[in-house]
Write a protein that binds this ligand. Structure first.
Ligand code: AKG
Ligand code: FE2
Length: 322
């Protein structure tokens, strides 16, 4: 066991802007152009609750993040304290492994700077339809052969300690994700089902079925496998029904997830029923805007863009998040 404490552990949340040059920031309208989602993609997100196939990382950037990820999977107790949540194996199945950690952006420079990735920031701005800030990141890693499931769930069911619901999730593959190694699945249109109760994240894949009606159960017949090459992303709505099956392949399936929220999102912790799940989270006082250094502002409306960009297609928040 490693009992050496490293007193030089730095909380990268102290830095509210990029600290490396891993992600070059566009300056001109021309440089922003490749990152702007088309009208059709935004309308599809409104209709289905997700869009996929968006390149966020180059091969070289994936390599940097995977090197840092390997380090984060065996770190000191002191570094572990920077995470909001850290489980080397969250799987409830004794034969499977699911590494799940929240807060890696505070620990290594690449994951810190990832939240300023222009592809992520532009798409999140368009799909939230408003200025937004970081909520938190997550790592979901399934080793080869015995990688565990992530049970069907809606993200906002885990986030009701913040309000109102105006959040987005960006899932980014750090390995090619296929059905065999446990890619994510979506149920198109399920973001219109309203908020369902928590039924567990790493146990019975199908536990959520107990709270669904006949029409919702039938919608699972149309589930979509979100197969993606590494470095590519999907974005989903906070009420989107999604989950991923076991990894039975001989390749790992690693992913980093970025969760962002409208810039005016406030704490809703006063009557939260699962307070113990929040003990390592930053303070989120009831009704106060979450604007501490742990929730950096990532995009300030059209001000972020050179005037020459003009408008960009945006989702209608009143329609999607009300
Ligand atoms: O990576 C997975 O399998 C689960 C990801 C997830 O739940 C999410 O992106 O919200
Ligand atoms: Fe999720």
């Amino acid at each position: 066991m490693n009992t050496t404490y490293n007193s030089a552990v730095t909380d990268l949340a102290a830095y509210g802007s990029p600290i490396t040059d891993l992600f070059e920031q566009p300056q001109t309208a021309e440089e922003w152009q490749p990152y702007i989602l088309g009208e059709e993609q935004v309308r599809r997100f409104e209709r289905d609750g997700f869009i996929s196939g968006i390149r966020v990382l180059t091969e070289a950037q994936v390599d940097v993040l995977n090197t840092e990820l390997t380090k984060m999977q065996s770190i000191s107790a002191e570094e572990k304290q920077l995470f909001y949540h850290y489980e080397s194996n969250e799987s409830e199945n004794p034969d499977q492994v699911l590494f799940h950690a929240i807060g890696g952006w505070r620990v290594t420079p690449g994951f810190h700077d990832l939240i300023w990735s222009p592809a992520f920031r532009m798409a999140a701005y368009q799909l939230l339809g408003s200025s937004f800030r970081m909520f938190h990141d997550q790592l979901f890693c399934k080793p080869a052969k015995h990688g565990g499931v992530v049970a069907w769930h809606q993200d906002y069911s885990y986030w009701t300690f913040t309000k109102p619901m105006h959040h987005i999730t960006c899932w980014i593959g750090l390995d090619d994700a296929t059905k065999e190694n446990g890619c994510l699945y979506y149920v198109p249109g399920s973001h219109k089902w309203g908020l369902l109760p928590i039924t567990g994240l790493a146990g019975d894949m199908d536990a959520v079925r107990a709270v669904l009606d006949a029409g919702q159960l039938e919608a699972f017949d149309n589930k979509v496998a979100n197969e993606l090459p590494r470095g590519y992303a999907s974005f989903h709505h906070p009420l989107m029904m999604h989950g991923s099956y076991a990894n039975v392949s001989d390749r790992p399936r690693r992913a980093v997830v970025l969760n962002a929220m409208d810039a005016r999102t406030a704490g809703n912790t006063a009557n939260y029923e699962r307070l113990d799940a929040l003990h390592s989270f930053p303070e989120m006082p009831q009704d106060q805007i979450l604007d501490s250094r742990f929730f950096p502002l990532l995009f300030e409306g059209d001000k972020e863009l050179p005037a020459a960009v003009g408008g960009v297609p945006k989702a209608d928040p009143l329609k999607l998040y009300a």
